[in-house]
Design a protein around this ligand. Structure first.
Ligand code: GLN
Length: 312
């Protein structure tokens, strides 16, 4: 049965890897955060972890890179755990924005609250909620648990680079403050947000993150309940509609898996009840999504019937 055979997964993952490698030349590494410009545009890795714990890998799956916007899943999970669904969504909406990830325009014209927790404005808002209750060391600990990866650390050069050039994020935080919705001081919030983005992960860590979300918030290897099934469901839903920024709609049609990307080249995917998939591919399209990742995931979704609306 293709659902249970790790060899079938391995074969398809290898093919997906080859397809992903072929398109890397079409992408560009992010340069707006100078430290990210140092990434190798031809680096690429895929890791898939099944609910029985088997991890299947191809390419650069042990390379450390900054989690960037995939960290927004972790801040959301942590906030849901501490404050509950109702409280969190009284501070941030759950609607796709249709705008690029760092857009500020609708915040001033459409709504006082950020559109969703997986774009910069919404993540900054969620982090402001966390900022009065937790320190960065708590976020780091939580990230290590979610990814079952004790080696996640702060990438200091990325953090400094991010803080130095984060004027757009500063603008967002101060605008939210001016509207009276930000829940902590902007500078404290931003410092925590920059650190959240600068945690070093691997494709494997993101596969485990995806697996936990695919398994109702429980790590199937350790049995540990990291977040509640309800919260996992909420996060998967928002990943599906908002996780790939303004490319989420097209990704939903072509791939159809709850996923979250980051400009470091990472993508974490949650395939309900079956597996988590982690991608590392810093060559990005104009929306900030890994080009290799998109090509590979489209193939994998098709080959293994991973689309949430597939008939089985
Ligand atoms: N740290 C990045 C920023 O705030 C995260 C954005 C991203 O990954 N899309 O701009």
């Amino acid at each position: 049965d293709w659902r249970h055979d790790a060899h079938v997964l391995e074969e398809h993952l290898q093919h997906a890897y080859v397809l992903g490698c072929k398109v890397l030349g079409q992408g560009h590494v992010a340069t707006y955060i100078p430290e990210l410009a140092r990434a190798d545009a031809y680096a690429f890795g895929l890791a898939a972890q099944r609910t029985d714990g088997t991890m299947v890998c191809c390419g650069d799956v042990d390379t450390r890179f900054s989690v960037q916007s995939v960290g927004k899943v972790m801040s959301l999970a942590m906030a849901l755990k501490i404050f509950g669904t109702e409280e969190v969504f009284s501070h941030v909406l759950m609607e796709p924005s249709g705008d690029s990830f760092s857009s500020i325009i609708k915040l001033d014209t459409k709504s006082d609250l950020p559109f969703n927790p997986l774009i910069n404005a919404g993540a900054i808002q969620v982090v402001s909620l966390l900022a009065n209750h937790v320190e960065f060391s708590d976020i780091l600990k939580f990230a290590r648990r979610m990814c079952q990866d004790e080696d996640i650390e702060l990438n200091e050069p990325v953090y400094r680079s991010e803080a130095l050039t984060g004027d757009r994020n500063r603008a967002i935080a101060y605008l939210l403050k001016s509207k009276g919705v930000l829940m902590a001081e902007p500078d404290l919030t931003l410092d925590l947000y920059f650190k959240l983005c600068s945690m070093n992960v691997t494709a494997k860590s993101l596969a485990t993150l995806g697996l936990v979300l695919a398994n109702d918030g429980q790590n199937p290897m350790t049995g540990e309940h990291i977040i509640s099934p309800r919260h996992a469901r909420a996060i998967n839903s928002i990943m599906f509609t908002c996780g790939m920024y303004d490319g989420s709609g097209e990704f939903g049609v072509k791939v159809g898996i709850p996923a979250k990307s980051g400009v470091g080249g990472g993508i974490a995917c949650s395939v309900k009840g079956r597996m988590g998939i982690g991608v590392y591919g810093p060559a990005l399209d104009e929306k900030g999504n890994s080009v290799g990742g998109l090509a590979s995931l489209e193939y994998l979704s098709h080959a293994l019937h991973l689309h949430v609306f597939d008939y089985h």
